[in-house]
Design a binder for this molecule. Structure first.
Ligand code: ZN
Length: 333
């Protein structure tokens, strides 16, 4: 019996030795932050018991699972300048978190169809902007540590907080710069929502993209319209053929007609790549100049406006309640 036990012991010791050698051989590359499953799916271990989100990284073509709050750090870093006031960054964090959970499958959301099982993707054009730590390092250079900790503070200090209206997470919209007022959602999207009303957004005139202008030659202008609407526009008669027809309550253009075709200003904005639907037209001899005010659709929070409110002393809840009327701010859990 004793001999047999010794043999077992030797086998066990040899087994442990082999295992130790194998582990050492594999650890040559240093600590591995990711638990690799298959090359297209990596799992970043959540640092705590936060909710997890599955994000499709469209730049790397990988489905990444991570803590929702860690994901939001990458969103805020991509969505708002980290130099903005902390209270504005916190308002952005709550807005982005609300936007995110509405889309997550675990909350009954539609997810993202770019990858099987994805809740959201990192593409601004498809779902929501998200940037990696490497991109932050590149963008922020010597300010990396400072800006990362600001963004992390904005996210972690509002952990779990979302905006709700009548108990449901709201449909979130935000944009860069207003024209001085926000827009009714119904003017831009398919339907109005009670918490999107026209409100003042002051102090943005000095923002880099508050004023902009683009010029087209008369021919170019006519050609773009013709290509999109299959209707002839006379390059020599633009002043009489192009007319702004109506304005929205916020002072943005509502409708415009070109050679008898009436368009929504949102379609006109897309067609000519304008910063906003608050525009004026100036017809020169050979060219047309379109001057815009603001940058973005104007629905909900203006990021510049949020920064300006914070500078004037508002906290993130006051900022959110200004741009999203009648909402409550509470935890999703
Ligand atoms: Zn997507």
């Amino acid at each position: 019996m004793k001999g047999l036990t010794n043999t077992r012991l030797v086998v066990l010791v040899v087994f442990i030795l082999i295992l130790t050698i194998l582990v050492k051989l594999n650890s040559g590359k240093g600590p591995e932050p990711f638990e690799k499953q298959d090359p297209n799916e990596i799992i970043i271990k959540p640092i705590n018991q936060d909710l997890e989100i599955k994000m499709y990284d469209h730049r790397k073509g990988q489905l990444v699972t991570m803590a929702l709050e860690d994901y939001l750090v990458g969103v805020i870093a991509g969505e708002m300048p980290a130099s903005y006031e902390l209270e504005a960054l916190k308002a952005q964090a709550v807005a982005a978190r609300t936007r995110t959970i509405s889309q997550m499958k675990s909350f009954g959301g539609r997810g993202c169809d770019k990858a099987q099982g994805a809740d959201i993707c990192s593409s601004y054009a498809h779902c929501q902007e998200w940037v990696s730590k490497e991109t932050m390092e590149k963008n922020w250079a010597s300010d990396y540590e400072k800006y990362l900790s600001r963004v992390q503070e904005a996210v972690y200090s509002t952990r779990g907080e979302v905006m709700t209206y009548q108990g449901e997470p709201i449909e979130v919209f935000y944009y860069s710069t207003s024209n001085g007022k926000t827009e009714d959602a119904g003017e831009v999207f398919s339907h109005s929502l009670p918490y999107y009303q026209v409100v003042e957004s002051t102090g943005e005139e000095d923002a880099p993209r508050f004023y902009d202008s683009v010029s087209f030659s008369n021919k170019e202008f006519a050609k773009i319209f013709e290509k999109n609407y299959k209707t002839k526009l006379d390059p020599n008669k633009l002043a009489s053929q192009v007319k702004i027809r109506s304005y929205t309550e916020s002072g943005r253009v509502k409708t415009i007609s070109l050679a008898g075709v009436t368009l929504k200003s949102t379609d006109f904005r897309m067609m000519y790549g304008l910063n906003s639907t608050d525009f004026t037209l100036e017809f020169g001899k050979d060219s047309v100049t379109i001057k815009t005010k603001g940058f973005g659709h104007g629905v909900g929070m203006s990021q510049v406006g949020a920064d300006r409110m914070a500078k004037r002393g508002s906290d993130y809840k006051q900022i959110l309640k200004h741009y999203y009327r009648g909402v409550s701010i509470g935890s999703y859990q």
